[in-house]
Design a protein around this ligand. Structure first.
Ligand code: ZN
Length: 362
């Protein structure tokens, strides 16, 4: 769906002046109270301004090698590696201005050099684990709910396996899912020392990749939900994620709580704010270029799946950050119309834990 660009404040003022003039000429008053009239029909969903839905990210930390990445607040288990990359501080030149610093693109995209991406991956591994040589397990992601139990044989494959979730109990492996709007979710079992990473865009979320992933952890490793901690990483936020009727009906067909995941969001365009009735439309919600858009909260959807799988609310960390409205920190597929790099969410059991099994049971 194409979204019209917001008017600049100057042209918006001119547009309002033109409408004011037309109303004057016609002898019309905008509203006797000087306020926009309330919507006539009762709203199906909660109303919000985009700003109200924004969840800012914590400030990324700086690694000794110069890479800035997001740690999960409170995740300081000595055996656990985990984090979310940003777009900053790498070697890629494919998506930045000519004189800007290089960026940390971690996906083999058409525009970037494979060697550069491999070097960027080594930088992230070093930032998170202390060693650039840590084995990295990646996937060919395709918005499925397929899961892979990873071993060292899966690390560094020329052609990674097709799946959207990874889990392992093997120390020394860094599991990675890639995203540039989709939501990455990391999970760790504090008792059994198991880790998992899931890639949850709207399609994977509808297919319950996270809920199913926790079930698979129970099957494979006897993980108990009350021992699990989870972190939901940066992705496109409810402030920006306008969706069409197709997405809404998919969620409504799958989740009894679907309605809680959507908001009607009013345009930031001041002309529309002052004259909402002029922009009303007969089209289905989310299909219109005018009027309120319907925004999806994929973070909330995945938090709900973690809760439904039995995790405690206090065990779920939302790291925050919107990939679409914080372009200084994140790659966004939608905001860049597909011309963008990829970030990674990574999790692993530290190599040193192999030698020290049993000492850090907490
Ligand atoms: Zn946003």
């Amino acid at each position: 769906m194409r979204r019209p660009a917001n008017l600049s404040s100057h042209s918006a003022t001119r547009a309002i002046d033109a409408i004011d003039l037309a109303f004057d000429v016609a002898g019309l008053k905008r509203s006797p109270r000087g306020k926009p009239s309330p919507p006539r029909r009762e709203s199906r969903r909660d109303l919000a301004l985009a700003e109200e839905l924004m969840r800012p990210a914590a400030k990324p930390g700086l690694a000794p090698n110069g890479v800035r990445w997001l740690r999960v607040p409170g995740w300081d288990l000595p055996w656990l590696w985990s984090g979310f990359s940003t777009r900053r501080d790498g070697l890629s030149r494919a998506y930045c201005a000519e004189n800007a610093k290089g960026e940390l693109n971690l996906g083999f995209t058409a525009e970037d050099e494979r060697e550069t991406v491999l070097d960027n991956r080594r930088l992230l591994a070093e930032a998170v684990t202390g060693s650039a040589e840590t084995l990295l397990v990646t996937l060919r992601q395709f918005h499925s709910n397929l899961l892979l139990r990873a071993t060292s044989a899966d690390a560094g494959r020329e052609r990674p396996q097709c799946a959207d979730g990874l889990m392992t109990d093997e120390p020394g492996l860094l599991l990675a899912v890639m995203a540039a709007d989709c939501i990455p979710v990391l999970v760790a079992d504090r008792k059994r020392r198991v880790v998992a990473a899931f890639h949850a865009g709207w399609r994977g979320t509808v297919k319950r990749i996270v809920e199913g992933g926790i079930g698979r952890m129970r099957l494979e490793f006897d993980s108990r939900p009350e021992n699990l901690i989870a972190a939901i990483g940066p992705g496109i936020g409810p402030c920006c994620y306008a969706v069409g009727e197709e997405v809404i009906s998919e969620f409504e067909s799958q989740f009894v709580y679907a309605r809680e995941l959507f908001h009607e969001v009013y345009s930031r365009d001041p002309a529309r704010k002052k004259y909402p009735m002029l922009f009303m439309t007969q089209r289905a919600p989310g299909h219109s270029h005018m009027g309120p858009e319907i925004h999806l909260d994929v973070v909330k959807a995945n938090r709900r799946q973690l809760l439904d799988a039995g995790l405690r609310a206090k065990s779920i960390e939302i790291v925050g950050g919107c990939t679409s409205c914080q372009p200084q920190w994140f790659f966004s597929h939608r905001a860049s119309r597909g011309h963008t790099g990829r970030m990674m969410a990574v999790i692993g059991i530290s190599e040193s834990a192999r030698q020290r099994v049993g000492r850090f049971l907490n």
